[in-house]
Design a protein around this ligand. Sequence first.
Ligand SMILES: *Cc1c(COP(=O)(O)O)cnc(C)c1O
Length: 387
Amino acid sequence: MRKPVYLDYHATTPVDPRVLEAMLPFFGERFGNAASRSHGFGWEAEKAVDLARRRVAELAGAAPREIVFTSGATESDNLAIKGVLEAYRSKGNHLVTMATEHRAVLDPVRRLQQSGAETSVLPPGRDGLLDLGLLRAAIRPDTVLVSVMAANNEIGVIQPFREIGAICRETGALFHCDAAQAFGKFALDVNEDNIDLMSLSAHKMYGPKGVGALYVRRRNPRVLLPAQMDGGGHEFGMRSGTLNVPGIVGFGEACALCAREMEEDAGRMSTLRDRLKATLESALVGTAVNGSMAHRLPGNLNMSFASVDAEALLLSLPGVALSTGSACSSASVEPSHVLRALGIGEQAARSSVRFGLGRFNTEDEVDDAASQVIDAVRKLRSLAPGA
Ligand SMILES: *Cc1c(COP(=O)(O)O)cnc(C)c1O
């Protein structure tokens, strides 16, 4: 059997072969602990980590000392949100976020709320975008943090993060941006974009799983951030634990590749995505795109297929690796909180599929996937009661 076409790049990306090659020696003879100061094994590892830190920083427009390596964007989100609320307690106890954030933001926010923080969770417009007037109205004198993602992992919508950051500057709130889906996909610059803290994940940008970073601004203003993980004082005291040297090396290599290739990748990706969209729309009635097309990641298409259950659709599509907008809990399939926040009805949300295209997809793959989706939608509709 042929391998399925992988169109789930928002869930994770394959490791680029060039990244893997850069990592391999650090599983082998270059196994040193980057914190070992007394011999060459340690120095070699430390040097590799330093290079990786410079590469991550460069892609973010940051200084190397502002990059704190973590296990991924979930940890970075927790460190940023819990840390800022802890450090700025004397200033205030209020934070602002959006209903369409990743669970790695919403769940820490909920936990803080349970322990006494005040939270404002703003709804997006129907297009998924944040209304800046709504943000201004939500920020209060005691607001210490605004957390809004750069690009959404389900609908691919890109928020006006630079304007959000400018409003935060003006009002004295810190701006945390979850850029797990955005970093390495289009140009970001923490200074031009007014970002104070930024969460990154290697495995969303052709690096390995289990490694990421938090950018923490050091000047104008200097962000205070107490560690959530105490131990040997690694990572400028903000995140203890022996560094994942092979993972960090891979993350650095992934950043260097994105710096060189992301513009070209983006052009190819949006051409393929638009081709997929056009093919589906011309062959099928009752399709609808969820979220803004104008402000969107080049590789994302989130589409509803009227009177088709997305879970059933994926089950009848073994040749394509895709996601629905739903999250399976043990008891039931809940429609996506992102689609519901857009004001999309439960039926439409349950009929939505997320297509995530990436660096290694070809035109043939996309055409093949489109024809399989078209056949499966037609078949399910012909079987549906009342069709
Ligand atoms: C994948 C993702 C995360 C979680 O990242 P991990 O590195 O897997 O912990 C957080 N936020 C967004 C927007 C994501 O897409």
